[in-house]
Design a protein around this ligand. Structure first.
Ligand SMILES: [Zn+2]
Length: 340
């Protein structure tokens, strides 16, 4: 029959070497198993001993059993601690840690640019005026001095609901509506909004786009006032190194009329590929309001005069961010939009 103290020594040695839960399980069965565990056998063999020996062996066998159980429990705790430390090291997952925040959207680049334009002009005293996108022919054409059959109608061809009702081709009708509503100058307004034209989508134009127009009606306004206002707006948006210029042009609703250019931001006006070696980029049109347009808005051109301009917001955003295809602004591709 085995000696309990030898069994303890053997068992503790095996437990100390065990490195997995499975090995500890085998050791438990070897020593404490119900049927063939060595301590169990020792205890069941006690009955065959002489009464004088029973008590002493029974006590030492039970002590051995408790010592082995305690050693197993300690080793189990050690292995579990090491396992958790290992997981913390290799997986580094803390299930109590808050999840990553959900991605947030932001204002579209066209809205950003529109708001910047509004902020700059509001600082000069201009007020934002809005109007309907479905317009009558009179507001879209006649009121702006583009009579029926006028060849200029080609440039502002739009989509008709009825012969007299169409999607507005520019935000200029809002200028007429504002003059009619406000009646008495001085009037300083800007008219941001969506417009429509019968154009096929390509790199520089779309059948829908956004405009911001400005209108000032006061006493004794000059081309210089207009140019100064636009210079201030351009430099606020694009930087103080930018220059502006006006070139003679023709629009039915202004007299005189101008094309409005801003110096190229890439070459500083020297000429490069981006500005087609002109040094200047076209932004839009402008001019002194035609007396007949003032009359159509209910303003007396003998007492008042005014200037107006119309720029495409897409064009202004493209110039600001060096975007070379207008369609990108409407394709909702997050790889593009997240850059702004
Ligand atoms: Zn250039």
């Amino acid at each position: 029959m085995s000696d309990p103290s030898n069994l303890i020594r053997e068992a503790l040695g095996a437990i100390a070497k065990a490195s997995t839960e499975g090995e500890l399980e085998t050791i438990t069965l070897d020593y404490l198993g119900r049927k063939s565990g060595q301590i169990t056998k020792l205890l069941t063999g006690i009955g065959q001993l002489a009464p004088a020996q029973r008590a002493a062996l029974g006590q030492s066998a039970n002590e051995a059993k408790r010592a082995i159980e305690a050693a197993l429990a300690n080793r189990r705790a050690e292995l579990e601690g090491a396992r958790l430390a290992d997981i913390a090291e290799t997986e580094a997952i803390d299930v109590t840690f808050p999840g990553p925040p959900l991605g947030r959207g932001h204002v579209h680049v066209l809205t950003q640019v529109q708001r910047q334009i509004e902020t700059v002009l509001e600082s000069l005293g201009y007020k934002v005026e809005l109007g309907p996108e479905v317009e009558t022919e009179w507001y879209n054409f006649e009121a702006l001095n583009i009579s029926a059959g006028h060849p200029a109608r080609e440039n502002w061809d739009s989509f008709y609901f009825t012969p007299q009702l169409l999607l507005r081709a520019h935000t200029s009708p809002v200028q007429i509506r504002a003059m009619q509503r406000l009646k008495e100058p001085p009037i300083y307004i800007i008219t941001p909004g969506r417009c429509y034209r019968r154009d096929a989508p390509e790199a520089t134009r779309l059948p829908y786009f956004s405009q911001v127009e400005g209108l000032a009606v006061d006493r004794g306004l000059t081309v210089g006032d207009m140019k100064g206002t636009l210079l201030y707006m351009i430099q606020s948006l694009y930087g103080s190194e930018r220059k502006v210029r006006v070139r003679p042009s023709y629009f039915p609703f202004t007299e005189p009329s101008f094309e409005f250019d801003v110096s190229c931001g890439i070459c500083g006006g020297a000429g490069c590929k981006s500005c087609r070696h002109k040094g200047w980029l076209e932004v839009g049109g402008c001019g002194m309001v035609h007396p007949q347009v003032l009359r159509n808005g209910g303003i007396d051109p003998e007492k008042w005069n005014g200037y107006a301009w119309g720029f495409g917001i897409e064009r202004m955003a493209m110039l600001k961010h060096d975007v070379d295809d207008i369609r990108l602004l409407y394709e909702s591709d997050l790889r593009f939009l997240e850059q702004f």
